[in-house]
Design a protein. Structure first.
Length: 510
């Protein structure tokens, strides 16, 4: 045990870890658990398909805006108080979501969920970094990574099971016992830690909040509104660019305290870690968005079975994180991450072999291998990103790290959806051009697919649409594979963390 860590903290390290990770998993689950329940919510709340998506969008936007202010809140009130308020607020907001009887009510409750839940993931990471000695940081980041990665992976399966066997409201009510236990553990065992107190840079916060909020709206609604064919999307894109430009210039030129601490940019590993957090978000969440859609729309899998065949990804992630947590301080983290990216690329290559006649074994094994790749990437990335960062900067650094991963996820989902739509449309046009009377391949088709009747022509068009969509999915998996492979050389930008402690004295919880 490190002498810099108080004995009272070391004694209760297990309970502290369990409590904060319960809160983190609760928040991570809610990023995806409600997705499969949307059709049931739509009927119950009498909302259109366009309107019901605000149940997801409101949570994402509120969380993105509230995330960067986490460090300042900790400096004003202390990390423990912020943690307690966040858990209470998130749990109460979950209850309000489950009790909602109108679209406006559930959107308002989801906004509250996003605001209160934003701090849980970065604060849990900061706490684990502080309560563990250097030799156990790898294992601590493995636990943290398992929580935030397995949550979104298992969310759809759990959400589908709760919706099918109980009601969509239990997707939110399930948070109540988890939140209560997490709150008890945090109140009883988590020590207070208050970093240096600074005034809030109002202009910087407002500019960054506008940029993030408009960017999230742009990414979440772009596909629905056909991107730049919509004036709403054009305004959101322009507004995000202008707000971010103001934020960047203000941060670079302001005298004294800025909302984004410029000291963070002086740490090479931290800046490089942000780049990789973005890339991991793009690949992970982009792939996670593709697979359930493919299995449910083209393969006809029920929601629960879709969750079951994609669950091995989570199992692979947990196994890899357990193994890699013990290797971080023995093997070059860049080598471990290269293995992780290689496994991820191999799994995506496997997914380019999907067909409409295959069984579920390809999905299971490629998902498991991808889970291994995620585990071998995320844990060393987290350890390397914060290995050389001064402890006094962790409360500011961890929210930015989580923010870049979340933005990467939003960008990844938007990219794969746009590429899927475009690729499917192009493939449909090419395939449809071959469906003509002169094509000898159509001569021996069964009567139900005959192009000589309206019924047969409609059935033939439906089959062409299915095949075109399949081609679109294969193209998306190929693109994600190329992005993953091109990321491997960038690992050379990361410095291998030394055995010395990060710069600056370690904060002692009190």
């Amino acid at each position: 045990m490190s002498p810099e860590i108080p004995e009272s903290v070391a004694k209760h390290r297990g309970m502290i870890t369990l409590s904060i990770m319960l809160a983190t998993i609760m928040q991570a689950l809610d990023t995806t658990i409600a997705n499969v329940a949307l059709p049931h919510m739509q009927g119950s709340l009498q909302a259109s398909q366009d309107q019901i998506t605000w149940v997801l969008t409101s949570y994402i936007v509120a969380s993105a805006i509230a995330l960067p202010i986490t460090g300042w809140l900790c400096s004003q009130w202390g990390r423990r108080k912020v943690f307690i308020i966040s858990v209470i607020g998130f749990t109460v907001a979950s209850a309000l979501c489950g009790l909602a009887t109108s679209l406006a009510g559930i959107v308002a409750a989801r906004l509250l969920q996003g605001v209160f839940g934003a701090a849980l993931v970065p604060l849990s990471q900061a706490v684990l970094l502080d309560i563990n000695p250097l030799e156990k940081v790898g294992q601590a980041m493995a636990i943290w990574g398992a929580g935030i990665m397995v949550g979104p992976i298992l969310g759809p399966m759990m959400g589908g099971w709760l919706t099918e066997n109980f009601d969509w409201r239990w997707v939110f009510f399930i948070n109540l016992p988890v939140g209560a236990f997490a709150l008890w553990g945090i109140v009883r065992y988590l020590p207070e830690s208050r970093p240096r107190s600074e005034r809030l840079d109002i202009f910087g916060f407002v500019a960054l909040s506008l940029a993030i909020g408009l960017l999230q709206l742009f990414l979440d609604r772009g596909e629905l509104l056909d991107w730049f064919d919509s004036w709403e999307i054009k305004l959101e894109a322009a507004g995000a660019l202008i707000a971010f430009a103001f934020f960047a210039v203000h941060t670079w030129t302001v005298q004294g305290v800025s909302f984004f601490d410029r000291e963070l940019l002086k740490d090479r590993n931290f800046v490089t870690g942000l780049l990789f957090a973005f890339i991991v978000g793009v690949v992970l969440y982009g792939t996670m968005a593709l697979l359930p859609m493919f299995l449910q729309t083209l393969m006809g899998y029920p929601v629960i079975y879709t969750g079951e065949v994609t669950a091995p990804r989570g199992i692979g992630t947990m196994i890899a994180m357990i193994v890699v947590g013990r290797l971080v301080h023995r093997v070059d983290v860049r080598a471990i991450m290269a293995v992780g990216f290689g496994l991820t690329a191999f799994s995506l290559w496997q997914m380019t072999g999907i067909t409409l006649q295959m069984d579920s074994s390809l999905v299971i094994w490629s998902g498991f291998i991808q889970g291994l790749g995620i585990g071998f990437t995320f844990v060393p990335l987290s350890a390397a990103t914060f290995a050389t960062l001064a402890p006094r900067l962790r409360n500011e650094g961890t929210p930015i790290y989580s923010l870049l991963r979340n933005i990467g996820g939003s960008v990844g989902i938007s990219i794969v959806q746009a590429l899927l739509t475009r690729g499917s449309a192009q493939a449909h046009a090419q395939l449809a051009a071959t469906v003509a009377p002169g094509n000898q391949g159509l001569v021996n088709l069964p009567p139900m697919l005959s192009p000589d009747t309206l019924t047969g022509l409609a059935a033939l068009n439906a089959e062409v649409t299915r095949q075109a969509a399949l081609i679109g999915y294969v193209g998306d998996f190929s693109t994600m594979m190329v992005v993953t492979l091109l990321s491997i050389p960038l690992l050379l930008l990361i410095r291998r963390p030394g055995s010395a402690s990060p710069a600056g004295a370690k904060e002692v919880p009190h």
